[in-house]
Design a protein around this ligand. Structure first.
Ligand SMILES: Nc1nc(=O)c2c([nH]1)NC[C@@H]1CN(c3ccc(C(=O)N[C@@H](CCC(=O)O)C(=O)O)cc3)CN21
Ligand SMILES: CC(C)C(=O)C(=O)O
Ligand SMILES: [Mg+2]
Length: 270
């Protein structure tokens, strides 16, 4: 029933991703270290070094405290682990408030890591920043809809595009960002209908999270999709594995074997 697509055996570039629009959906997953990036290598087209790092692995209530230095450190690790996927650097909160600052930080990303694109959150109001980056040879994914870096200003995480007015605003954002040079759009937390309409209206690929089945690709946070992050489970997360439960089972067996002196046995001793 399910199609087991062949592993990816060629380097994925910005162009590869753009050419997949209308051909087949693009898969993207987050990664934050070399170990997991190595496991994901060749299995997905794109890896996002997300600022979700701060929530999933540092137990912060939101992503706002992630810094450029932290994101660069983790991107370097991902670069060591993954060879084939297009690696995208999630620009942290406060790192792209002006075109000049955004360019300075994005140049740092290109000079210090192997990331091939950066992602910034924002609609039309950020189009001038996308333009500045793309004019200077930096590939940009623009992230619209539910923007986690705006959580404090918005007073929470809220699905966007439920009214026709909001839907029109999102469409205008998408078109303005495409015009500014974004090579792809990330559509987060919006109704499936709006995401589908945007996808049909733009020439660049759209990658969705909590945006339904009509986008050109999907992204999920790996610790969510494999059941390691148990603190919250939004509706859009599908668990493909019960990771935390598997780890606990292994740990319990380890503990039992240590307590009973079954481990280490001769096979694991010198
Ligand atoms: N581990 C993790 N997974 C993520 O998907 C993720 C992060 N962290 N950190 C950055 C942002 C924050 N994200 C979030 C966080 C909460 C909701 C949430 O509470 N959603 C509500 C929808 C409420 C509504 O209907 O308006 C839900 O119940 O699904 C959604 C996305 C997505 N991103
Ligand atoms: C949720 C995704 C799109 C993200 O921005 C992140 O992982 O930080
Ligand atoms: Mg993010």
């Amino acid at each position: 029933m399910s199609i087991q697509s062949a592993s990816i055996d060629k380097k994925v570039t910005v162009r590869t991703v753009q050419k997949l629009k209308g051909v087949e959906p693009v898969t993207m997953i987050t990664a934050y270290d070399a170990l997991f990036a190595g496991i994901f290598d060749g299995e997905v087209e794109m890896i996002l070094v997300g600022d979700s790092l701060n929530m999933s692995f540092f137990a912060e209530p939101d992503t706002l405290s992630a810094t450029m230095d932290q994101m660069i450190y983790h991107t370097k690790a991902v670069c060591k682990g993954a060879r084939l996927p297009l690696i995208v650097f999630d620009m942290p909160f406060g790192s792209y408030t002006t075109p000049e600052q955004a360019l300075e930080n994005a140049v740092r990303v290109y000079q210090e890591t192997c990331a091939e694109a950066v992602k910034i959150e924002g609609g039309r109001e950020k189009a001038h920043i996308v333009k500045k980056l793309t004019e200077n040879g930096i590939a940009v994914i623009a992230h619209i809809g539910l923007k986690p870096q705006s959580v404090r200003a918005e007073g929470g995480y809220r699905v966007q595009g439920r009214s026709e007015e909001e839907a029109m605003e999102l469409m205008e954002d998408a078109l303005a960002l495409q015009e500014a040079g974004a090579f792809a759009l990330l559509l987060e937390g919006m109704t499936s209908d709006v995401a589908r309409r945007i996808t049909e209206a733009v020439e660049i690929p759209t990658i969705g999270i909590g945006a339904g089945n009509g986008t050109d690709g999907q992204v999920l946070v790996w610790s969510d999709m494999f059941g390691f992050f148990e603190a919250f489970k939004p509706k859009f997360v599908k668990r493909y594995l019960e990771g935390a439960e598997l780890i606990r089972q292994g740990l319990r067996q380890y503990r039992e074997e240590v307590k009973s002196r079954a481990f280490p046995d001769d096979e694991h001793s010198y």
